[in-house]
Design a protein around this ligand. Structure first.
Ligand code: 5AD
Ligand code: SF4
Length: 482
């Protein structure tokens, strides 16, 4: 089983509760992949709300069907292909329905999509969403429409997202787009282009707007948040040519975190994803300083073998990763840390695999996202290295990794027994309508009887029981943050 510990329950169709009463057309939008894609779909829904579209959760009712796609692994692309078959069946009954493909797979396959998937009318890459109104006109005139241009400066900072599938409590706020790291396994630099940062002013405006609408927790999003850099110019790499003034007034990720935490001290702040090679100590000090920044870091390490890390073009060694973990725990004791791991990267030996397991043992991650290597066309690894680890070996190594993680998760949850911790209530528990489900600062799910508490409340919960993935407890009162 792949990526067992991922909560994929949210993947799929989205509905907004902010429908515009005068809009008569219906948009059905489905999202796959990372949080960034979900955040992008909210931008697309906003652009289309101005074109007369409200969202629907019924595919059959849609005038326009959009699927926001992921290319990270072959499996993600196969899921989308299956969905396109389903749309095709509906289109046979309702030929007026238009179908558009957005996101990373659109970027990767470009015009080819129109030939391969006859039912697709429109192909739009991640930086071209503002062009959708024009592209729709083309489609209405009976022409296929494609825009897959990548941009050096598009951040959608001026688009106010329409919140999809929202519980009114947690929201995603995008802060950077693209990635410049060029890990050899990864398709993202090809599908999402150069890394660029969003103006902190527009980030703060969005955060204030969310607070005024009652949201309680935001996640600052980027492929690599640690390299956030705003100096009024464009790309981070051009910063060296910036004026003295721009350099003196630049905003780093740690500055941005502090600004957001101070602007909304009652809101919980999270961020994702961190990169070991770019994470700086001042980010850790900022996290320690502001109680509303959650003590939690998602810190992918991919492999515990320095040799494999080098093949992956990661700019850190096993030892540097371990030192970073030590530093995190020194500055933020009790910080929750989660991982991403790829197993079966080309040339990975049993010894390399053991290095991954022993690094996991050292860190004892709270949870993680674990994957078999999937060769992606066009990446450096696909061009230079043979995908030489058999499916059987990949499967076996993944099982060993997932089992190890399950053990570490279980010991992390056990450590919480008897403790009282702050939980933000997010929704009803999936298993029992008498219980709330929320998360603690370390991002562990906590379930407890509802009593008179409400979603969005910050509650102190005493942990009385646990599984490897969930804490179970009872409320002992409101948090002082409430
Ligand atoms: N094969 C398998 N997993 C991958 N990831 C990225 N590219 C690949 C690939 N080619 C994983 C990494 C990354 C996460 C988002 O997806 O672990 O951190
Ligand atoms: Fe998938 Fe990566 Fe694109 Fe996100 S950025 S949708 S994870 S390929």
């Amino acid at each position: 089983m792949e990526d067992k510990i991922i909560d994929e329950s949210k993947q799929g169709a989205s509905l907004t509760i902010e429908a515009k009463p005068n809009n008569s057309r219906k948009l059905y939008i489905e999202s796959y992949g990372c949080q960034m894609n979900f955040s992008d779909s909210e931008i697309v829904a906003s652009i289309l709300a101005d074109q007369g579209y409200n969202t629907t959760q019924k595919l059959e009712d849609a005038d326009l069907v959009l699927v926001n796609t992921c290319s990270i692994r072959d499996k993600a692309e196969q899921t989308v292909r299956k969905r396109l078959e389903k749309y095709n069946a509906v289109k046979r009954i309702n030929p007026k329905m238009k179908v558009g493909v957005l996101g990373c797979m659109a970027e990767r396959l470009k015009e080819k999509f129109l030939d391969e998937e006859k039912i697709v009318d429109m192909v739009v890459g991640p930086d071209a969403y503002k062009d959708i109104p024009n592209l729709l006109k083309e489609v209405e005139d009976g022409r296929d429409a494609v825009n897959v241009l990548l941009s050096k400066d598009e951040t959608y900072g001026d688009v106010s997202p329409v919140r999809l599938n929202t519980n009114g409590i947690n929201a995603l706020v995008s802060i950077t787009r693209g990635c410049d790291n060029m890990c050899t396994f990864c398709v993202v630099p090809f599908t999402r282009g150069r890394e660029r940062s969003r103006d902190p002013k527009s980030i703060l405006e969005e955060v204030h707007d969310l607070a005024s609408k009652g949201y309680k927790e935001i996640t600052l999003l980027g492929q690599n948040v640690d390299s956030y850099l705003w100096y009024g110019g464009g790309l981070k790499k051009e910063f060296k040519n910036a004026s003295e003034m721009e350099k003196a007034t630049a905003t780093s990720f740690s500055n941005l975190l502090a600004m957001v935490a101070e602007a909304q001290p009652k809101m919980r702040i999270r961020f994702s994803t961190s990169n070991p090679q770019d994470m700086t100590e001042d980010v850790l000090h900022t996290m320690a300083k502001y109680p509303n920044i959650c003590d939690y870091i998602h810190l992918p390490f991919q492999s515990g073998s320095t040799r494999i890390l080098k093949e992956m073009n990661r700019q850190h060694t096993r030892e540097e990763y371990m030192q970073l973990i030590d530093k995190i725990l020194e500055i933020i004791p009790g910080c929750g840390i989660s991982q991403d791991i790829i197993t079966g990267f080309p040339t990975e030996t049993e010894e390399d695999h053991q290095d991954t397991l022993s690094l996991m043992e050292y860190v004892q991650f709270y949870f993680g996202y674990m994957f078999k290597y999937s060769e992606r066309p066009g990446t450096m690894a696909a061009r230079k290295l043979e995908d030489d680890i058999s499916e059987e070996t990949k499967k076996r190594r993944l099982t060993e990794i997932v089992d190890a993680q399950r053990g570490h998760s279980a010991s992390r949850t056990k450590q919480c027994l008897g403790k009282i911790m702050e939980v933000l209530i997010e929704r009803e528990s999936k298993k029992s309508d008498g219980d709330w489900s929320g998360r603690n600062q370390q991002s562990l799910v906590v379930v407890f009887p509802k009593e008179n508490y409400q979603p969005g409340d910050f509650v102190m919960v005493k942990i009385t029981d646990c599984t490897s993935a969930t804490l179970i407890g009872e409320a002992v009162g409101y948090s002082k943050n409430q």
